[in-house]
Ligand binder design. Structure first.
Ligand code: URA
Length: 205
């Protein structure tokens, strides 16, 4: 089979996986979310970016990282010299988990059971894409990928081996930057985030 055929078959397999995920009831989160937000990008991607879970805007759009955190991510990727279009972007948990407060839906963190239930999907995505390098954006993504609770500070800055042979770089979640109030903190943390992305991407090239 030619490379194009193999790539085409992987795309077809990915599309049927996404369709299957649209009906996922592996945990209770599907009950209140608008839709499953599956990963997005090339099946030939060599870099996989993993977030926590879709936010309010992602839940409505059905696409990962299109809201405020996505804008920070896009800017940081551009500064790090990473073309988002060549990466595969997904989340550890594929339904939006929130608390309703009046008209607003406030993000709430997925727990271990939800992360474990949803790992089935990310494992399937990884089997199809087989990315040599993966960036875990935040502690939830790191927990999903590494199968254990870790801290960012304890895992950041070096490649970690994943069960499937790929390597994982842990960094902060972009929404952390949105929560920082102090301008100097924000600038320092943002620069470190860009540097983490740049170093991970270097491993792909
Ligand atoms: N935060 C995430 O972790 N993922 C998204 O897709 C959006 C916001």
């Amino acid at each position: 089979a030619s490379r194009a055929e193999i790539g085409g078959n992987a795309r077809v397999a990915w599309e049927s996986l996404r369709e299957e995920a649209a009906g996922c009831t592996r945990c209770h989160l599907y009950k209140h979310a608008t839709q499953t937000v599956f990963g997005e990008g090339r099946v030939s991607a060599r870099l996989m970016l993993v977030g926590e879970q879709p936010g309010d805007q992602e839940d409505l759009a059905g696409k990962p990282f299109v809201g405020p955190a996505g804008q920070v991510l896009d800017q940081a990727l551009a500064e790090a010299g990473v073309d988002r279009a060549t990466a595969y972007v997904t989340n550890a948990v594929k339904h939006f988990k929130f608390e309703q407060r009046g008209k607003r839906r406030i993000h709430s963190k997925p727990d271990g059971g939800e992360i474990d239930a949803c790992r089935w999907w990310i494992d399937q995505e990884r089997m199809l894409i087989r990315p040599p390098v993966t960036v875990a954006l935040g502690a939830t993504a790191a927990r999903s990928l590494l199968h254990k609770v870790v801290t960012i500070s304890g895992t950041r800055g070096r490649p970690l081996k994943l069960e499937d042979g790929g390597e994982c770089w842990v960094t902060i979640h972009p929404s952390y930057l949105l929560r920082l109030q102090d301008k100097a903190d924000k600038e320092r943390e943002y620069a470190q985030f860009v540097e983490d992305l740049r170093r991970a991407n270097e491993r792909v090239a």
